[in-house]
Design a protein around this ligand. Structure first.
Ligand SMILES: Cc1cc2nc3c(=O)[nH]c(=O)nc-3n(C[C@H](O)[C@H](O)[C@H](O)COP(=O)(O)O)c2cc1C
Length: 196
């Protein structure tokens, strides 16, 4: 059984992130066979959001995930190590991905290395600038294997907010084919990773 984490980079409550994640999670669960899809709510453990308080080391100095001095980071490192791949879901804020997403990623280094990932962004323009920058980080320092196809959820004019639960709005459901195409590629990357 593989494990994939859906990591959300939005802390705004109420916000659109939870509603989008609640629409996206079952699509991932229904289409990633033999895979445990875990949604990480960024307000809850094991995400160590907050200041990177332990200045005794930089994450890249800790090769062994059990050796992070901070217990919260250690728990997060253990969880990320146990995952085979990731779906990153980020809003676009002022032309970039969210600070929450950067904060989450910066707590670790080796644990992300070379793992498969799929990037989903959202915003007025689909979050394409956020996606470009996030992909640069994931493929650069973390050497992650990204699907070429991402998903850019572009808000239609006057669409309003995405409710945190219940049925997703029709315009959002219209992005399902893009998600399914990206999942097909993601599955191939996961299979390659598992057979390596
Ligand atoms: C601080 C802030 C900055 C934003 N900047 C952008 C932006 O640069 N481009 C864009 O397309 N949307 C931008 N938006 C709109 C958000 O992408 C949109 O509201 C999104 O749904 C926010 O996600 P959230 O509710 O999950 O936090 C911004 C929203 C906020 C709160």
């Amino acid at each position: 059984m593989s494990k994939v984490a859906l990591i959300m980079g939005s802390l705004r409550r109420p916000g659109n992130g939870i509603g989008i994640a609640n629409w996206l999670t079952p699509i991932l669960r229904n289409n990633l066979e033999q895979t445990d899809v875990v949604f990480l709510d960024s307000t809850k453990p094991p995400l160590p959001l907050g200041p990177i308080v332990d200045g005794t080391h930089v994450p890249a100095d800790v090769r062994d995930p059990t050796q992070h001095p901070n217990p919260t980071v250690r728990e997060f490192a253990s969880f990320i190590t146990s995952c085979n791949g990731f779906v990153f879901l980020s809003p676009e804020y002022n032309g970039s991905y969210s600070g929450e997403m950067k904060n989450t990623l910066d707590h670790l280094y080796w644990e992300w290395q070379k793992k498969p990932a799929l990037v989903v962004t959202y915003g007025g323009g689909g979050g394409t600038r956020a996606a470009t920058q996030l992909r640069g980080l994931l493929e650069g320092p973390f050497k992650m294997k990204l699907t070429e196809k991402g998903v850019a959820i572009k808000w239609p004019k006057g669409a309003g907010t995405v409710p945190p639960d219940g049925e997703a709005p029709e315009w959002l459901q219209g992005f399902e084919p893009e998600v399914l195409a990206a999942i097909e590629e993601f599955k191939r990357l996961l299979a390659q990773q598992n057979s390596a």
